[in-house]
Design a protein around this ligand. Structure first.
Ligand code: Z5A
Length: 208
């Protein structure tokens, strides 16, 4: 029963809304779920999240941002994710390493080999069983997110940054179709949820 499932996408595509839906579906079929997020999930990780997303007069270098994402991830893996999986629980995580490939690799244009080295170092051979990428045009995500709150440090980036992030996500789904899938998140919430349900069946997380 222990599965590791992650949800990804550019800001505002509906990760938070759909995580709750996935959790309900999994619990109905007998999974004991741990819901968590990145960056964050532990006390130290949430402190790092605060530093990563808050505004400061001092610019953060892209390498520092990358290393802090992986520092938070190392803590998250050792304190939450690995113990839960070992305990037979299913971990549902709002963003994980695919976000690093998309934001730091695609958005910031950092060397993808560096990210891959850190991934191997911090995670060993652990990869999510399924990553659902909610895909929608940047304007849609921004319009939905914009209704909500003050943008954080990363959300303040321009549209071309988010366009690169979106393209990097699509590339990941094309490269690893055995564990990463795309869902059209530009549709209504009910239609998005129908697609997610179908993907959970297709990837053997839920029975038909
Ligand atoms: N980051 C990184 O750079 N590198 C990394 O390795 C990691 C993260 C792990 C924090 O992420 C930031 O960290 C993020 C990437 C970076 N920065 N950015 N951008 P986050 O996940 O905490 O924050 P976020 O991306 O900004 O997520 P979000 O804004 O919370 O969006 P969301 O969860 O995808 O959307 P939502 O809150 O569910 O929905 C937004 C609104 O749209 C809401 O009013 C919903 O009711 C509405 N909604 C949702 N779905 C629909 C549909 N289908 N139709 C109409 N309206 C909808």
């Amino acid at each position: 029963m222990n599965k590791f499932i992650t949800l990804e996408g550019i800001e505002g595509v509906g990760k938070t809304s759909n995580l709750r839906y996935i959790k309900e579906l999994l619990e109905e079929s007998g999974h004991n779920c741990v819901l968590t997020r990145e960056p964050g999930g532990t006390n130290l990780g949430e402190s790092l999240r605060g530093l990563l997303l808050s505004h400061s007069d001092e610019n953060m270098s892209a390498d520092t941002e990358l290393l802090m994402m992986f520092a938070a991830r190392a803590e998250h893996l050792s304190k939450i994710i690995l113990p839960a999986l070992k305990n037979g629980q299913t971990v549902l995580c709002d963003r994980f390493t695919e976000a690093t490939y998309a934001y730091q690799g695609g958005g910031r244009q950092l060397d993808v080999d560096k990210i891959s080295e850190l991934e191997d170092w911090v995670q060993g051979d652990l990869r999510p069983d399924l990553t659902v990428i909610l895909d929608a045009p940047v304007e849609i995500g921004r319009a939905r997110a914009g209704k909500r709150s003050e943008p954080d440090r990363i959300e303040k980036e321009q549209d071309d940054f988010f366009q690169r992030v979106r393209e990097a996500y699509i590339e990941l789904a094309n490269r690893y179709p055995q564990r990463i899938c795309l869902v059209d998140a530009s549709l209504t919430l009910a239609e998005v949820q129908q697609q997610i349900h179908a993907k959970l069946v297709e990837y053997d997380i839920l029975n038909a």
